[in-house]
Write a protein that binds this ligand. Structure first.
Ligand code: GLP
Length: 245
């Protein structure tokens, strides 16, 4: 794993966006794995700015999102489909038909998981996967204890994740308790992974990722088994490392 240290959230976003733009320019048909949450919002804003200013095109790009809440339709403002449309897709020239997000409203949710996994296989996998990290080490919605061999599956969200994500909802009772997520083995099949980490509240997770053992109790630790992971982390998140190193 390579760690790029940046000053703050703004610089993390700019550095990540430059990294992604370079890959898109090199390979206009790139398959990008995308994440939601607060962490990548600034990165997506930089991609939009660059698209407007420099005309970087996403017409041939295919995207696969990591996860989606079960029970929220795409037009629900808390769904990840809505998030992606409003934080990125609506403001770049991407072909909507090439943006893939699992449906949390599918009649047969297990079938939807199988379909998503098959779709990824059919596209020969993701070239560059963008990841955030949960304070408990979750990646996508793979909570602690998830098998490293897992494929796209239905998850029960940890109460800490529900609490953390409640800030986006009116009431904590409105946060779905289940989601569909790419599995850990699905994520690991990506050719390259870019992990974004910002803020003191992620310091503990980053510390555990870098210094801890590889174990299913801390899902992000599996990234150490991947040959091509770059972490862009800001000083607030890295400060924890310095205390211990
Ligand atoms: C969410 C998402 C993850 C995300 C993580 C961190 O629950 N499912 O994909 O990386 O939690 O979110 P944030 O960036 O808001 O801290």
């Amino acid at each position: 794993m390579k760690i790029i240290e940046v000053n703050d959230y703004q610089q993390m976003s700019t550095t990540a966006a430059e990294y992604i733009i370079e890959k898109v320019v090199q390979n206009p048909s790139i398959k990008l794995g995308l994440a939601t949450g607060s962490t990548p919002i600034g990165t997506y804003q930089r991609l939009i700015e660059d698209h407007r200013k420099n005309g970087t095109s996403y017409q041939k790009v295919t995207t696969f999102n990591l996860d989606e809440y079960i029970g929220l339709a795409g037009d629900n403002q808390n769904s990840y489909r809505y998030f992606m449309d409003h934080q990125l897709f609506n403001y770049i020239d991407i072909n909507n038909a090439k943006t893939n997000i699992p449906s949390g409203m599918a009649a047969d949710l297990q079938e939807e998981c199988n379909h998503y996994e098959d779709l990824l296989t059919k596209h020969s996998g993701i070239d560059l996967q963008i990841l955030g990290i949960g304070s408990n080490g979750h990646i996508g919605f793979n909570e602690p204890g998830t098998s490293f061999a897992s494929k796209t599956h239905i998850v029960e969200l940890a109460s800490s994740t529900i609490q953390a994500n409640a800030r986006f909802f009116n009431r904590i009772e409105d946060v779905p308790t289940q989601a569909i997520t790419m599995g850990i083995s699905t994520i690991l099949k990506s050719k390259e992974i870019l992990l974004l980490v910002s803020g003191e509240e992620k310091g503990e997770a980053l510390f555990r990722l870098v210094n801890g053992e590889i174990h299913e109790s801390f899902p992000a630790s599996v990234l150490k088994n991947h040959p091509c992971v770059t972490i862009i982390a800001d000083k607030a998140a890295i400060a924890k490392q310095r205390v211990y190193c």
